[in-house]
Design a binder for this molecule. Sequence first.
Ligand code: NAP
Length: 454
Amino acid sequence: MAIASINPATGETLRNFSALSAEQIEQKLQLAADTFHTYRHTSFVDRARLMLRTAEILETEKQNLGKLMTLEMGKPLKAAVGEAEKCAWVCRYYAEHAEHHLADQLVETNAKKSYVKFQPLGPVLAVMPWNFPFWQVFRFAGPALMAGNTGLLKHASNVPQCALAIEEIFVRAGFPHGAFQSLLIGSDAVEGILNDVRVVAATLTGSEPAGRSVASIAGKQIKKTVLELGGSDPFIVMPSADLKAAVTTAVKARTINNGQSCIAAKRFIVAAEIYDEFERRFVEEMKALRVGDPLDESVEIGPLATPQICDDLVEQVEKAVAAGARVLTGGRKLDGPGNFYEPTVLVDVDPAAPISCEEIFGPVAMLFRVTNIDEAIRLANATPFGLGSAAWTNDANEQRRFVEEIEAGAVFINGMVASDPRLPFGGVKTSGYGRELAEFGIREFVNIKTVWIG
Ligand code: NAP
């Protein structure tokens, strides 16, 4: 199984790695289990000290870590440095709040004393994607380690250097050997690990097929899973919205991370009264984006992470056009080395066409015109996904309806969907189940134990 680090901006192979042997995997699983038996008894104060040290390393070394992310998966350097900073934030958040989130909860019953106790579960497998190669891992590892679990990371095969760098950060922060390990393995090795009795639970952030596979294997073993899968988030703009701010935010929400974010806005649903003006400004701002070398600080859109993602995008857009969509700007892969795709705007897309229901992982936006709020909500919900959603309106009644009626794990009014350690994150429908972040995230991988003393 090839695990390679390839610069998506140039196609240059940076490093090749061999996948772990069965014997090496066995050693790492045993280490995770052995470490758990002692690590679970450490205090919150001790764990917090290590987590704060982790945050310090991330902050001090954010430039180098950011460069590593950019070289391996192509996100603009500024965003990559920001990602390292955000990882430090989640480490600090859980260092400060884990003890409170997992404190015993007294409950009045007919017992002399009854309460709820939260205890760690054991080694948890995290199967993670390349698109936020640090953030996705830290938002799992921060709470999981603070809760007293040990972590095993199977990172995406195109970001092995990030995987190794993350393990090294936890080791240097002082976490015990085996508290967090990166396994350089292909996805074919996941089933064996999930079937292993020492691995007690799994979390997967990635595509729907990967989620189905991991959940079904874990389901057969009756092991808890959290799934953070894809999305096709709606971004609705109503007549009362601040149009200028809505357009600028819409462009950012579609193109952040080179268009490869689960919570990127992918379908723009705009009220007829303001549609023409929105379309004109949106196309203008998409056209103005600078595409190029992600290490260049002035570049806004870097390459797609792999040639396959670029090919998939080319095919999705071609099929949409063949089915009647019109391209207002962009619509093609750029010539030359690297996986660059032009910022693209599609209109006249049939809401029932495959592209409307699939996830588009790249800088391609679809605009839809609607005549009223009922139509906007209907279209917003006409997707198998239910991750995030954004609605722009200054009408209180409309705001209330969007909050109540949109089928998604998050509704952002007059803003763009973003993750925040203080707020839960996750989806409904085929976007997955379970939650990360806040007190909800740290309670996913614990035994919520009822204690009753008569
Ligand atoms: P992916 O192909 O599903 O890969 C994600 C991870 O799953 C990788 O480590 C991959 O390993 C592994 N994997 C793939 N197929 C597997 C299988 N059958 N069994 C076990 N493991 C398997 O997704 P991606 O292309 O890396 O990431 C993009 C997807 O992630 C998008 O759908 C995006 O929306 C989603 N995402 C969701 C969230 C969220 O919070 N909801 C956040 C970020 C991304 P290999 O690399 O070795 O194949």
